[in-house]
Design a protein around this ligand. Structure first.
Ligand code: FAD
Length: 655
């Protein structure tokens, strides 16, 4: 008999072994396939909204594994982590527990685009995620591989429409029933690993790929369009063989900033943090890459890789003659390994060693695990609705790398949202969407379902047109109240905290608005303040706070009796004040987008026979994607302003 490990909440030990025979197979509200960054958030979110959930993953020990770089957050990605946290997701708190080098990236720019980031201890991160799942009520975890999805025959009244009914396990072919399934197979769907001239089946080093049946089913049974993408990872280097003194030291921030709104501090104390190091490639590195092209089958493929996290081979090809940054990052507080960020490669192992040794700090380096590449299937995400449900397969949700994204944060954000909607659908509640005016998660999902992907998609602040409103510091106010009141995935504790913060900020802003005096008097009151207005101009404390060089602490020391109680929000108040005029201006435009998003387009409309003036090309795009709302239609590639006006008139007339 095959052995399966079954984790159940409230059990005293972790894990508990069971055999296939006594696994209590039953019907689950939601089944999540895959225990990576998307799957863990999906499973926890589905359980939080009240669904009895089963997470099935190939290996329990790899739940929460960081397949590539041991870090979380960054520019654009940090915003996603904050938003996942605001909806009570796991990754922010896990980052605070496991981080040992915290820094805010992009500090030279405004706080709207700051990127909270942390270097993580791999082991600690994994352990935190596993412990959280274990403590989640209504969640069961099963070690196993899903071989196939069970779907009903197409509905004769809606040709091509399927409905999921469950999954089939690989080892013994057992079915498990569910009407809501979240598929989060990451880099494992028909995954192949590449190292030098060798290729082998695999989803990640040491792990087999997803069963071929799954990919086949998605394509052949359900008729979904799939594509192929690739990514790669650098070799892991033995720390004691690295001469860190030959690299530039990059210390963390003196005061670590937690990801989670529930944490006042990180687990790692400020003085216990470890530095990272920066070094550069040399001409020798370029020479070895060029000499070894014929030994490197991964880079000879046409498959698209991550543009913003390229391999050293791609960097050398695209920017010859340049020296490239290499970050030397510890893999953990006690780890004896270094992760060389920037040196992702797929050369044969002996060539990898030669390449590393061309860099002075790595001239004695020893490799623990060589770098390698992976290619995998993804499902073209324009086939999904904004709830992340596959349009033509009722009850099937997709999240993470399977949708063509790259990165833990992008996976976690989609996982959370797919889990919420899978749970709600199973409980007969309506599926929900997040607008791009509300969150980076909304931007991510909207980009995927309206624009699709041609290369691995990663988040940037530039993708969010309303980024001054979607700041990392205010994710809690944007999402936690809705998460509790409407979505049902946020705890009462977090909700109460968000309300406390919201009320305090509102009071502080109105108090500052009520304090006003001439700029001459402000100059007297705050000795150092540089107000470049005429003497008689009257300014409120709120307007003054918009000036560079004016901090909330300065105002609180001038008016301690009415402002000092808000000192814990100093940075947030500065950001609120700074962006207030800009956000006011954007409000109208955001309202317009929200209005367009509230105008639903019927999903079963026949665009080819619609009696309005649309070009054949536009009709094809609309038929292909079937946008849910007018807002989504405006963002489809190939849509024209005239077509939008005709559609708007049509929706108004029929709606
Ligand atoms: P994953 O984290 O891959 O998790 C998938 C999970 O599903 C695994 O636990 C797997 O065991 C399980 N699973 C798969 N199929 C089945 C099945 N049939 N039954 C049961 N369980 C199943 N990201 C970057 O941002 N930059 C990079 O440079 C980068 N490089 C990478 C290099 C490599 C070699 C790899 C493997 C990944 C890299 N990543 C990179 C990607 C990053 O790891 C992913 O974006 C992220 O992990 C995706 O999360 P996910 O949950 O979608 O999938």
């Amino acid at each position: 008999l095959l052995r399966k490990l079954l984790l159940r909440p409230n059990r005293p030990q972790f894990p508990i072994c069971r055999t296939a025979c006594d696994f209590p197979l039953k019907k689950y509200d939601v089944i999540v396939v895959g225990g990576g960054h998307a799957g863990t958030e999906a499973a926890a979110a589905a359980a939080r909204v009240g669904a009895e959930t089963l997470l099935i993953t190939q290996k329990i020990q790899t739940i929460g594994a960081l397949s590539c770089n041991p870090s979380l957050g960054g520019v654009g990605k940090g915003q996603l982590v904050r938003e996942v946290d605001s909806l009570d997701g796991l990754c922010g708190r896990a980052g605070d527990w496991a981080g040992f080098h915290f820094s805010i990236l992009n500090r030279r720019k405004g706080p709207a685009v700051w990127g909270p980031r942390a270097q993580l201890d791999r082991e600690r991160y994994r352990q935190f995620i596993q412990a959280e799942l274990l403590a989640t009520p209504r969640l069961t975890v099963l070690e196993g591989s899903v071989e196939d999805l069970l779907v009903s025959d197409p509905n004769p009244h809606q040709p091509g429409q399927h409905r999921v009914t469950g999954i089939r396990l690989a080892d013994d072919g057992q079915p498990v029933s569910s009407s809501s399934i979240v598929l989060t197979t990451g880099t494992f769907l028909s995954g192949s690993l590449f190292l030098g001239q060798t290729t082998s089946p695999g989803g990640r080093i040491g792990d087999p790929p997803s069963c071929a049946g799954l990919s086949h089913s998605l394509r052949e049974k359900m008729g979904l369009r799939t594509g192929r993408l690739r990514t790669g990872t650098p070799p892991r280097i033995v720390k004691k063989t690295v001469e860190l003194s030959l690299a530039e030291i990059r210390p963390p921030d003196k005061q670590p900033t937690p990801f989670s709104f529930l944490n006042k501090q990180t687990h790692c104390k400020p003085e216990e943090q470890l530095p990272c190091y920066l070094t550069y490639t040399t001409p020798g590195v370029e020479r070895i890459v060029k000499e070894s092209v014929h030994l490197n089958c991964h880079i000879q493929q046409d498959t698209k890789g991550p543009r913003y996290c390229p391999s050293i081979e791609s960097r050398v090809q695209r920017f010859p003659g340049r020296s490239h940054q290499v970050w030397l990052e510890p893999e953990g507080l006690e780890s004896d390994l270094i992760y060389p960020q920037g040196l992702s490669m797929t050369l044969p192992p002996d060539r990898q060693l030669c390449l590393l040794r061309e860099i002075p700090a790595l001239k004695r380096a020893e490799i623990q695990t060589p770098g390698y590449g992976v290619q995998y299937d993804f499902v073209c995400p324009m086939q999904l609705s904004p709830s992340l449900q596959v349009k033509r397969v009722q009850g099937l949700f997709l999240a993470g790398q399977i949708n063509g994204t790259t990165g833990y944060e992008e996976a976690a954000a989609q996982g959370l949202w797919a889990g919420v909607n899978a749970g709600r659908t199973a409980l007969s509640l309506p599926a929900l969407s997040l607008s791009r005016t509300q969150s980076y998660i909304g931007v991510l999902i909207d980009d995927l379902v309206c624009r699709g992907v041609t290369e691995p998609y990663r988040m940037f602040t530039s993708r969010a047109e309303y980024r001054t409103a979607l700041r990392p510091d205010n994710a809690d106010l944007r999402l936690s109240p809705r998460g509790f009141e409407e979505i049902g995935c946020v705890s009462e504790q977090r909700y109460r905290e968000a309300l406390r913060v919201r009320d305090s900020l509102r009071d502080a802003l109105s108090t500052m608005q009520s304090i006003s005096m001439s700029s001459a008097r402000w100059r007297e009151k705050l000795a150092d303040v540089n107000v470049s207005k005429s003497k008689s101009t009257v300014l409120s404390a709120l307007e003054l706070l918009q000036y560079n060089g004016v901090s909330f602490e300065m105002l609180a020391s001038a008016f301690p009796e009415c402002l000092s109680m808000y000192l814990e929000f100093s940075q947030r108040l500065k950001s609120e004040a700074t962006y207030l005029p800009h956000c006011e201006k954007q409000k109208q435009e955001m309202e317009r987008i929200r209005e367009e998003e509230s105008l639903s387009l019927p999903l079963d409309v026949d665009y080819f026979s619609l009696p309005i003036s649309l070009s054949q090309e536009v009709r094809e795009v609309l038929d292909n994607v079937r946008p849910h709302t007018l807002g989504a239609a405006t963002r489809l590639p190939g849509m024209t302003p005239a077509a939008i006006v005709h559609l708007l008139n049509y929706v108004r007339k029929t709606g």
